[in-house]
Structures are given as C-alpha cells and as structure tokens.
Design a protein around this ligand. Structure first.
Ligand SMILES: O=C(O)c1ccccc1NCC(=O)[C@H](O)[C@H](O)COP(=O)(O)O
Length: 266
C-alpha cells in the first residue's frame, strides 16, 4: 500500500520531469557556479542555546491550507528579525503550495542561511537548490536508499551546502549516522499516519553521537514545546504551522527562543 510519502514523491517526480524538460542539469550547474557561495548552515545552528529554523509553509497534507503568505520575503524577514537562525522554505507545490519562486524571494530578503525544504530524490534538485541560493537542503532518510542518501549528502557538501538529514525512528537514525550526517532532524510526525508523537525526539536523541547537531521538527505549538525540546538537548527546533498561523511572525519567533531560557515552562 502506498504511503503519503510515496504519493508526495510521485508528484515531485512528475514536476521534476517537467522542469528538466525546460532547464538541463548542465544549465543548473552553470547557474550554481554563478550563485554567491553557500552560507554556513551548520555554524548557524551551532550557536549556544536553542536555535530556531522558521518555516515558510502555506499548506500541508496533514492540515490542508494553513496561511495565504502573499509575501514570503516579508514573512522571512520577520522571522529573521525575531531571531531565527535559518529560514526553511517549502518548495513542494502540490501538497505544500510552495515553489522555487518562494525560495528566490526569501533568499533575497534575508542574510541568514536558507533551507530548501522539499522531497529530494535526485542530483538535479540539489543543483537546483544551490542555483536558487539555498544554503541547506533536507534529505529525508525514509525517501532514499542508503546509496542515494550517501550520494546526495556528499553532493550537497561538495556544493558547500549543509544537509539536514531527517529521521523518524531508530533504524533511520542509524542510517543517517552511517551516511555521515552532521545535522539530524528528528521529525515527530509519523509519515504514515501524519500524527505527531512528541516523545520521538527524547527516544531518538540519545542515539545521535556527540558533535552531531540535533533538531526537533514538527508539531511545536508554542513556547512550552520549545522549552521542553531545549531541556532535552535540542540544538534547534523547526517550526512551521504555529508560526504561520500565529499572526505576528517576529513576536512568535522571539517567544519560542525566549522560552528556551525559561525553566518554568519545562
Ligand atoms: O506537514 C505535514 O503535514 C507533512 C506531511 C508529510 C510530510 C511532511 C510534512 N511536513 C513537512 C515538515 O517537516 C514540516 O513542515 C516541518 O517539520 C514543520 O512542521 P510544523 O511546525 O508541524 O508545521
């Protein structure tokens, strides 16, 4: 039986073929060569205390439409002014309503590193991310074979980008480590049921070797969740829905980061 992830990736592959018919990988390689060098995403997430990856997210398979976001650049700038260390931009079109245009707009608007958040299954997408100015890319272990994971991780590194390697369980965590991941995102959203399991981070985090950054992803509804993940040793939290629905994005980002220092919230 096909999973939500399979369905998303089927759509991603169709969209990818359409783009490949317009622009070849050689074209992208030339554009990537002309792009300013990637910013250091790993360093941005290595600062003392909890860091924030704030996401530009219009819609999702689990919740449908979340927010209009007519001006992704303004949203990203607000995130940065609220203290976000990295801006995540969902570029998947069919289920998340994102695009490479959003990535371009955000890249222009902020000085912090930008993560291209998509379902990466090919070299083409990694080159495309760099050509559009991304500094980090997401690699979802569940979507890749071991060989693909190692290869795409290596390619991202060759292009100066940091890979955020996303895991959901113990086996995927070991696969991420074996592939050489230096930034591991523990996603609390079960990709089969789309339910959030907030204990996933505390279960998998001890398996991540010292020196590898640990990011808590998904289902962070507000400051108390950020404080809990900070107490559990997360280096950063990745937050979409609660920020895009919250109204004042800068204040929302600031509140999440302030919570990490407030021990009464844990
Ligand atoms: O968000 C979803 O419903 C989803 C479904 C299937 C695959 C991926 C999905 N989300 C991507 C993400 O990883 C989240 O956008 C990110 O972690 C932020 O999550 P949230 O703060 O819960 O919006």
């Amino acid at each position: 039986m096909s999973t939500v992830l399979d369905t998303i990736i089927d759509g991603v592959r169709l969209d990818l073929s359409a783009r490949q018919a317009v622009l070849t990988q050689a074209d992208l390689e030339r554009l990537a060569d002309q792009a300013p060098p990637a910013l250091d995403g790993h360093a941005a997430l290595s600062m003392p205390g909890l860091s924030l990856i704030a996401e530009v997210k219009r819609a999702s398979p689990s919740k449908g439409a979340l927010a209009d976001i007519p001006d992704p650049a303004a949203l990203a700038a607000a995130y940065q002014s609220g203290g976000a260390s990295v801006i995540s931009v969902l570029t998947e079109e069919r289920r998340f309503g994102g695009s490479l245009r959003d990535l371009d707009a955000v890249r222009e608007a902020v000085t912090v590193p930008v993560l291209r958040k998509d379902f990466m299954v090919s070299d083409y997408q990694i080159w495309e991310a760099r050509a559009h100015g991304a500094d980090l890319v997401l690699l979802i272990v569940a979507a890749l074979t071991d060989a693909e994971l190692v290869h795409l991780h290596h390619l991202a590194g060759q292009l100066g980008m940091t890979a955020l390697v996303e895991v959901h369980d113990e086996t995927e965590t070991q696969r991420a480590i074996d592939a050489g991941a230096v930034v591991i995102g523990v996603n609390a959203r079960n990709l089969k049921t789309l339910e959030i399991h907030p204990d996933t981070f505390s279960r998998l985090s001890p398996l991540v070797p010292p020196g590898v950054l640990r990011i808590a992803e998904s289902g962070i509804t507000g400051p108390a969740d950020a404080a809990r993940y900070a107490a559990q040793g997360a280096d950063a939290v990745l937050v979409g829905e609660s920020l895009v629905r919250g109204g004042d994005a800068a204040a929302g980002a600031r509140a999440l980061l302030a919570a990490a220092h407030d021990t009464s919230l844990r």
